[in-house]
Ligand binder design. Structure first.
Ligand code: RIB
Length: 312
């Protein structure tokens, strides 16, 4: 058994308000949904919880609002055993929230209102340096200010810590700044929005990944939903197949992928072994409703990996 790794997440925490329905209302129309789910979410928080459930020690650096959701979010981190010393309440600001709309095929559409996430500054990152310096891997997303992401990438580089940037939701990036990250992991629509290149087929994903490598990004993984993911580095490009599951809600699958990947890499697995494991961890999360509550514990994941692949 590998020694527990330490994963730090500098990122977002939201409360997710998820509705399940068959069609979308037209302008001016009111329709009935089938089901509602309220849960803790936010790409950063989800990745932190996934890493924790995979067996890592985890520290979170985030801002939450001075409303009902803020203290509840901190309580959620603590109840999961995540170090929330550097999760602070931003006075007079609402928490991040995400209305999420899930269709019958399990596909989701998300609107994020960033709220307190937008107040996480480079100074907050510097204040959290004692926690961040302990990390094997630092993960970031784009639901916090981009200057905070860039500052954290520099911090990780200066301290010899692996960094993973998940550019979600997509925004224009300065390739020089984010290119210093060890891993850049968009999904297909984010890759498309960031580069302006189409990413509908595997060949297009390959072209897009090669373009990102040419901009100086060291390693690119484009997640492609049920088609798996394309991993591109300086010397090879691999298509990592997806595992077949019965998906009911794909929300948070990308976060499950990234949080678990950080753990498998930090435990010392090479990328070509860590990526298929992250792919299965993400697929399993789509078989349950919600984000954090759909993530498997490590023992359940290991059992499923043994069943499907035959060895650990
Ligand atoms: O990736 C899923 C997450 O995106 C949700 O939890 C929502 O909060 C948004 O951040």
């Amino acid at each position: 058994m590998a020694k527990p790794s330490f994963i730090a997440v500098v990122g977002s925490a939201n409360v997710d308000l998820t509705t399940f329905h068959d069609v979308f209302p037209r302008p001016g129309e009111t329709i009935f949904g089938r089901k509602f789910d309220l849960g803790f979410g936010g790409k950063g928080a989800n990745q932190a919880v996934a890493a924790r459930l995979c067996g890592a020690n985890v520290g979170m650096v985030a801002k939450v609002g001075s409303d009902l959701f803020g203290p509840a979010t901190i309580g959620n981190f603590e109840s999961q055993g995540i170090d929330a010393t550097y999760v602070r309440i931003a006075p007079g600001v609402s928490s991040g929230v995400a209305p999420i709309f899930v269709d019958p095929s399990g596909q989701n559409r998300i609107i994020v209102v960033k709220g307190a996430n937008d107040t996480l500054t480079p100074e907050d990152v510097d204040a959290a340096a004692p926690l961040l310096r302990k990390a094997d891997t630092i993960i970031m997303q784009f639901e916090i200010p981009l200057r905070t992401v860039c500052h954290t990438v520099k911090f990780a580089k200066a301290n010899g810590i692996r960094s993973i940037v998940n550019p979600a939701p997509a925004q224009p990036v300065d390739y020089q700044e984010v290119g210093a990250a060890d891993y850049f992991i968009p999904n297909e629509s984010e890759a498309e929005a960031i580069t302006g290149m189409p990413v509908h087929s595997i060949d297009e994903a390959r072209n897009c990944a090669e373009f990102l490598l040419r901009q100086g990004i060291g390693r690119v993984v484009i997640t492609l939903g049920e088609r798996g993911s394309l991993a591109a580095g300086p010397d090879r490009i691999d298509l990592i197949p997806a595992f077949k599951v019965q998906a009911v809600d794909t929300t948070g699958a990308g976060d499950a992928f990234i949080g678990s990947l950080a753990v498998f890499l930090s435990e010392g697995l090479p990328a070509e072994e860590a990526l298929p494991r992250a792919s299965l961890y993400a697929a399993l999360s789509t078989t349950k409703v919600g984000t954090q509550k759909s993530f498997s514990k490590r023992a359940e994941f290991d059992q499923e990996w043994r069943n499907r692949v035959g060895h650990l």
